[in-house]
Write a protein that binds this ligand. Sequence first.
Ligand code: B12
Length: 452
Amino acid sequence: MNIGFLAMSGVRAHDSRLLELGLTLPGFVDRSRVIASLPSLGLLLLAACTPASHHLRYFEAESDHCIPPEVYHCDLVAISTFSAQVFEAYRVADCLRAAGVKVAMGGLHVSVCPDEAAQHADYVVVGEGESVWPAVVASAQAGAKPRIFRAADFPPVCMQTLPIPRYDLLGDRPYNRFTVQTSRGCPWRCDFCASTVMLSRHYRKRPVDGIVRDIRAVQRLRHNAFIEFADDNTFVDKSWGRDLCRALTPLRIKWFTETDISVAEDDVLLHAMRKAGCRQILVGLESPASCELDGLEMRRNVKARWAQHYTQALRNIQSHGITVNGCFILGLDTHTPEIFQHVLDFAMEVPLFEVQITVLTAFPGTPLYSRLLRENRILEPQRWDLCTLFDVNFQPRNMSPQQLREGLYWLGERLYDAECTRMRRSAFFRMRRVGRSRAIRHSGPTAAPRTG
Ligand code: B12
């Protein structure tokens, strides 16, 4: 069969004022650059799990959501879904099926709303795709009737034997960043999280040599590619993290990842990360003050505990030459209209090199969504297209939805203002110079200063 893998990348936001301000994730990002910058790792992994007898192609829907005409020449098309684009994905699936093409859908959104997806796709997959996908392909080939496949009914995906994602299918598209996964899931349970926890509850790490193998595959395609680890929380296990960094160092790559603030406790790891090419980590701080975070992480309340030491921890990470992209969620139940000024003050005081502000978003399948629905606080239930992290679709506890929107604009205009950004960043470079001279003094006159 001819099998197509169709990614619907790009960023989404509907709030017209935000669009006017050019505010996207994180800060000011050029929309088209983002679209071109990350291919769908999930689809490339599925491609790698496809039996060899089939002919495979990877496609990207364009920024106007038009799909390349060649997609219609496929016998089976795999579409990956996030909530924000799922209605677009359903429209595309309906058109393809009307033209006689079989459609399979999977990903974070349909994994929690499979019955909804089954109205638009022949085959819907709940959960991780690797073990299930060959059965989906076989069903399509046999012309089997539509059905929902559940990953739980197949052998669990083994992190030791994940195949190399088929980066080679990407052809000449101008990607400048590639994703590689080092781990799946997160040991913590934040009530709003709609990430890998939608697929599997377990936190799993990959063997270091498999990660190195995948990065080498990317390097064969683009020598100087920037790597983004598509992880939820990379450095949970510090000892494995140090091994990983040691293995990454000779590859001479630059990379970015998402991890929790506990990396700040391990200077050896931070040193190894910088040496291995880590340029930035994204940390979900969520709110500056501990009392605002009480109960948000439902297992051990770790976010509330960590927040007591946020400033010191963030400064320590940045003193190692690793910039932090600190993420804040606006509109938590503990937030009053004062929160916008607090976040601004905190970001300037640390100071944070990069800041991401988003509004509390109730993704389907999360404890947050169930709670807000129960409390009758979702403004437009099932408006999945508003799950962009920028569009307010709930009634905040201590302010009006409009106050939250206005607060987001107000904070965004200030945080991303050129002067503010310059101040936040120049403080990082100053701190870095001090850190470096301290390192030289400590290691004696023979040590060479680190560069870059
Ligand atoms: C990389 C990334 C992006 C890239 C996506 C590139 C792409 N085309 O995939 C870019 C930068 C474009 C992006 C944009 C956005 N993103 Co984003 N992104 C991520 C990130 C960091 C990693 C995703 C990833 O690669 N995972 C690894 C792969 C292997 O997993 P996977 O895709 O889920 O695939 C597996 C299964 O789902 C399944 N599967 C997937 N597709 C299919 C299809 C079939 C047919 C089958 C059988 C199986 C299957 O099999 C795969 C292997 O097991 C996650 C956060 C995170 N840490 O996970 C956020 C995340 C996915 N993004 C999120 C959001 C909100 C957005 C935006 C809406 C932000 C915005 N306002 O624009 C946009 C929307 C994008 C869109 N077009 O819909 C949310 C989504 C939540 C949700 N449930 O919908 C996440 C979880 C982050 C968060 N804050 O919660 N994002």
